[in-house]
Write a protein that binds this ligand. Structure first.
Ligand SMILES: [Cu+2]
Length: 137
């Protein structure tokens, strides 16, 4: 009984630990966007808050082609940008592809409230651009 209790506490701790790593597919998306050239469909989720709050966020992208097929093997270069004030961030985001068309962007430093965008250059099997609006409160 005590072992079971300990196990469930451990599982709870583990789930708590994972939840900050990024929103999961299946939870509601913050936005669904089409790439600039129109070839990619992108679902956007943010963690730990959705919509994001001031501070560090993880942004998860689920990328498919127009037919809904997940797109693996893309290389993403991400620049957080605040258009109204013409500045980015001193922190460089880190991108990790986790398969099934999922890309996690860590270290997105949204250090002010207001309208930001993530400017994403896509290279690989296709060349395209994403502009992802993020309203930070
Ligand atoms: Cu600003």
């Amino acid at each position: 009984m005590i072992a079971l209790l300990a196990l469930s506490m451990l599982l709870g701790l583990q789930l708590g630990k994972w939840s900050h790593l990024g929103a999961q597919r299946g939870s509601p998306a913050l936005a669904t966007l089409t790439s600039s050239a129109g070839d990619l469909q992108v679902e956007v989720r943010t963690a730990p808050g959705q919509p994001p709050s001031v501070g560090l966020s993880t942004v998860t992208l689920n990328i498919t082609d127009a037919a809904g097929t997940p797109q693996n093997g893309l290389s993403l270069a991400v620049v957080p940008w605040m258009p109204a004030m013409g500045h980015g961030t001193s922190v460089t985001p880190v991108v990790a592809a986790t398969g099934k068309g999922t890309y996690r962007i860590y270290n997105v430093s949204l250090f002010m409230a207001g309208q930001w965008e993530l400017r994403v250059d896509v290279r690989g099997t296709t060349t395209d651009q994403l502009v992802i609006p993020l309203l930070v409160s």
